[in-house]
Design a binder for this molecule. Structure first.
Ligand SMILES: C[S@@+](CC[C@H](N)C(=O)[O-])C[C@H]1O[C@@H](n2cnc3c(N)ncnc32)[C@H](O)[C@@H]1O
Length: 306
């Protein structure tokens, strides 16, 4: 039995409250299809029964399962290619140069789904920047969905999944086939720490970040949610750090504290440098006018040429 519109509205509000995903009026069929397994798993005769039971009494477990079912976990290795080319040719060389004294890098892949995205980055680090093996690289990958996190931690992919985006030489170099699935070798699997993180909630323990990949997730949220998330990234991104969003996502007209930078055939974002304070501007103007009154532009000029 299908849901009434009121029941649909009740269910989609839960999803929005829990993880920010906005479901339009025309997504009722999608919601119904996705929650059929939840209803079955919890012993309800139909999805309408499931929702009407939730309307009578709050069930946090059902809310979590419905929300999980509504996340879209589509991902694949080296998705969109160009961001990974940008990492290889520009972003990582710049960061490595800038951090060569402390030899430390902090990377976050938010919305990492089943792991193909952070593992693509890990392969790139391992293959192209072997010097990083002796650095302290904090590589965190997070997602809302516990199911995807579990799969990501396992690092096991079926033939169809490895056929999507993964070059054959990387498959044979970094995976072993156990007769059923391709397993990522431990040296790469252990590079990435997978954690649960709801982008809507506080982000405890999130360090200062040099590189952020947050791709193909902002599209599901409304404007205030996107603004809140970008604001939290702003608080954590290093002044020379890099933010990558999905191909259909942007900070433009959402958060003007980011500036777009073209890198090869893609673009990324940096923080807009802070404006000098009025006090600093006044001090600079005073220094410039004092210098203009001094022969040869500096107090030393006068002495050197007198
Ligand atoms: C389409 S996948 C994108 C995966 C990967 N970033 C990529 O581009 O291939 C979107 C991911 O966002 C996650 N997600 C949705 N809402 C979230 C939230 N509130 N907090 C954290 N992750 C969320 C989903 O669980 C899903 O795995």
């Amino acid at each position: 039995m299908n849901l009434t519109f009121d029941q649909y509205d009740f269910a989609r509000r839960i999803v929005r409250q829990q993880c920010g995903i906005v479901l339009d009026d025309n997504k009722q069929f999608l919601l119904e299809t996705r929650i059929i397994p939840v209803a079955r798993q919890h012993g309800f005769g139909s999805i309408a029964e499931l929702i009407s039971s939730m309307q009578k009494r709050r069930r946090l477990d059902l809310e979590a399962d419905i929300t999980e079912a509504l996340t879209t976990n589509e991902t694949y290795f080296f998705r969109d290619v160009h961001p990974f080319d940008a990492l290889k040719t520009v972003v990582l060389p710049e960061l490595i140069k800038a951090r060569s004294a402390e030899r430390r890098l902090s990377i976050w892949c938010g919305a990492s789904s089943t792991g193909q995205e952070p593992y693509s980055m890990a392969m790139l680090l391992y293959d192209e920047f072997p010097q990083l093996l002796s650095w302290k690289v904090d590589f965190i990958a997070t997602d809302y969905s516990e199911e995807t996190l579990q799969r990501a931690r396992e690092g096991a992919y079926n033939q169809l999944e490895v056929n999507r985006g993964l070059p054959a030489h990387k498959l044979t170099k970094h995976f072993t086939y156990d007769g059923v699935v391709w397993r990522l070798k431990d040296r790469l699997r252990k590079m990435v720490q997978f954690r649960h993180l709801n982008l809507l909630k506080p982000w405890p323990g999130m360090p200062k970040l040099d590189l952020v990949f947050l791709r193909n997730v902002l599209i599901y949220f409304d404007l205030p949610t996107k603004q809140a998330i970008l604001g939290k990234i702003r608080d954590r991104l290093q002044p020379d750090g890099f933010l990558f969003l999905g191909a259909a996502e942007t900070t433009m007209n959402i958060d003007n504290e980011f500036q777009r930078r073209s890198v090869g055939r893609t673009s990324c974002y940096h923080l807009v440098p802070p404006k000098p304070s009025p006090v600093a501007l006044a001090a600079a103007a005073a220094a410039a006018s004092a210098a203009a009154r001094t022969p040869f532009g500096s107090p030393f000029g006068q002495r050197a040429f007198s």
